[in-house]
Design a protein around this ligand. Structure first.
Ligand code: NAD
Length: 504
């Protein structure tokens, strides 16, 4: 951390309040790196508690008018926002690559999946339709309505700086809430770009705010009585803490955590197809995806052929700066994270794993946070590389003698975000779907991120709270139900009746 008093040579970013940029006043900033060069390219202001209080105050006032905006008007803003996102894909992708490091094509993929959520939210007039029961008693009707919560907050991770905010904000705004986003301080510019597009789309000032920050800002949001609900996506220890603190302060909280996603490959699987899928899902985005495959469970005799097929594919992968055409994998997010990931290769080797491919051996020019891809075989559950979420381009292969033994690895793992099975046997796949204790399952699909009209969420230590994100559960999360019982009797029939109301 540096003090702004040191007159940084790089640009200092702003928060976004009342429909425009707002300079930070805390005096604290954090560095924003270009991971491909290792240079600090901007400073991000880190909000104080007082700045969070101000953001909540502004959002509270804006929420009062936004909840009264007709559904058609809210949908209109979202349709325009969708159109602006579509037209600005390239520019947004460049922002993602510059601060996150992911390659351009991958950034476009993230944006496409984010746009899906806006498209879903455009259907808000349909999504918020309630139920109506006529004549529940003589002359009495009952109906349910979904109302917004007020001011809600989203706290997002570095690895999807556009998509994860869109998972949250599209539905939150559609439902009539004001939304305060606290993005990752590692790649904060995408959120400011989204704010500009929302303004251009006609969202009234103050309905969407961006407050940058670290633990201080997050704690202030969690403790603020003016925030009704918090959506969080990030690592498991922080997710657990957010859930506990947010609910202790009376808030509705959905906190999505980390992962250790296993891909089970049965002996009858097509080895080439399974190898292609494993390589794509393990090393795409440098393994910094919560749905990345990090453990391959090879069942029966398939292990040796699979490891060879994966190994064969690795020399062809092009690792380098994300803005250079042809590169397939970029750098890691920070130097510390790169070194931490490299440490798992070291520890796995010491603990008895076979290092088939060592990413540390690939040379890179410059000071970017690059690490080549690694493949570890004969990994066992006691090893650190198996136990921890590595969140880097390291694929661990464990061997299982049977389907049951393979399934046990998955079900005994503390995480339960995503998993996949590769087989040509429909019966085995159906059994896996029934038995596996994981929230999102792929059958010959290595990264089964649900489309926007379903909901996204893991089980066990991958999600705290009972609500999955986006889709129907997102709409439910950002609204509360009200049930109205109504009658219009003739006053002449009125009488006192102390009995409990019954259906007559
Ligand atoms: P992180 O937990 O370090 O940070 C997430 C957010 O929490 C950021 O906004 C950060 O500023 C804030 N934060 C960090 N430390 C905090 C603290 N002590 N108190 C309060 N707030 C704090 O996660 P990350 O490194 O940005 O993202 C990677 C992690 O996110 C991985 O574990 C990955 O699996 C997970 N993730 C999960 C999903 C999912 O859907 N389950 C999706 C994407 C990423």
């Amino acid at each position: 951390m540096t003090s702004t008093a040191e007159k940084p040579a790089v640009q200092t970013l702003t928060h976004w309040l009342s429909g425009g940029p707002a300079e930070g006043t805390s005096g604290r900033t954090g560095p924003v790196y270009n991971p491909a060069t290792g240079e600090v390219q901007a400073l991000v202001p880190l909000a104080s508690r007082a700045e969070v209080d101000r953001a909540v105050e502004l959002a509270t006032a804006a929420a009062r008018t936004w909840r009264a905006a007709p559904l058609g008007k809210r949908a209109e803003v979202l349709f325009r926002f969708r159109d602006l996102l579509d037209r600005n894909r390239e520019e947004l992708a460049r922002i993602l690559t510059r601060e996150h490091g992911k390659v351009h094509a991958d950034a476009l993929g993230e944006i496409a999946r984010g746009i899906e959520n806006v498209e879903y939210a455009c259907g808000v007039p349909n999504l918020l339709k309630g139920g109506y029961s006529e004549q529940v008693s003589s002359g009495v009707d009952v109906y349910s309505i979904q109302q917004p919560l007020g001011v809600v907050a989203g706290i997002t991770p570095f690895n999807f700086p556009a998509m994860v905010p869109l998972w949250m904000l599209a539905n939150a705004l559609a439902c009539g809430n004001a939304f305060i986003l606290k993005p990752s301080e590692k790649d904060p510019s995408a959120s400011l770009f989204l704010a500009e597009l929302l303004r251009e789309a006609g969202l009234p000032d103050g309905v969407f705010s961006v407050v940058h920050g670290d633990k201080e800002a997050v704690d202030a949001l969690l403790e603020h009585p003016g925030i009704a609900a918090v959506s969080f996506v990030g690592s498991t220890p922080i997710a657990r803490n957010i859930y506990e603190k947010g609910t202790a302060h009376g808030k509705r909280v959905q906190a999505l955590g980390g992962a250790k996603n296993h891909m089970l490959v049965l002996p009858d699987a097509d080895v080439g197809m399974a190898a292609d899928a494993a390589v794509s899902a393990a090393y795409g985005s440098a393994g910094e995806r919560c749905m990345a495959i990090s453990v391959l469970v090879a069942v029966g005799g398939v292990g040796d052929a699979l490891v060879s097929a994966i190994q064969e594919r690795l020399p062809a992968l092009k690792v380098g700066p994300g803005d250079q055409p042809g590169n397939e994998m970029g750098p890691l997010i920070t130097r510390e994270h790169r070194d931490r990931v490299a440490g798992y290769i070291e520890s796995a080797a010491k603990q008895g794993a076979t290092v088939v491919v060592d990413g540390r051996e690939q040379p890179f020019d410059g000071d970017g946070f690059f690490l080549g891809v690694s493949l570890l075989d004969h990994v066992t559950p006691e090893m650190e590389a198996y136990q921890d979420e590595i969140f880097g381009p390291v694929l661990c292969v464990v061997r299982a003698n049977s389907y049951d033994e393979g399934l046990k690895f998955i079900n005994e793992n503390p995480y339960g975000n995503g998993t996949a099975i590769f087989t040509r046997d429909g019966g085995a796949a159906r059994r896996f779907q029934f038995e596996v204790e994981v929230g999102m399952v792929g059958i010959n699909v290595p990264i089964p991120v649900p489309v926007a009209y379903y909901s996204f969420g893991g089980w066990k230590a991958s999600l705290f709270g009972d609500s999955h994100m986006y889709g129907p559960e997102g709409i439910k999360f950002y609204t509360r139900a009200k049930v109205v019982t109504s009658r219009w009797p003739d006053p002449a029939s009125s009488r006192v009746d102390l009995g409990f109301p019954q259906n007559r």
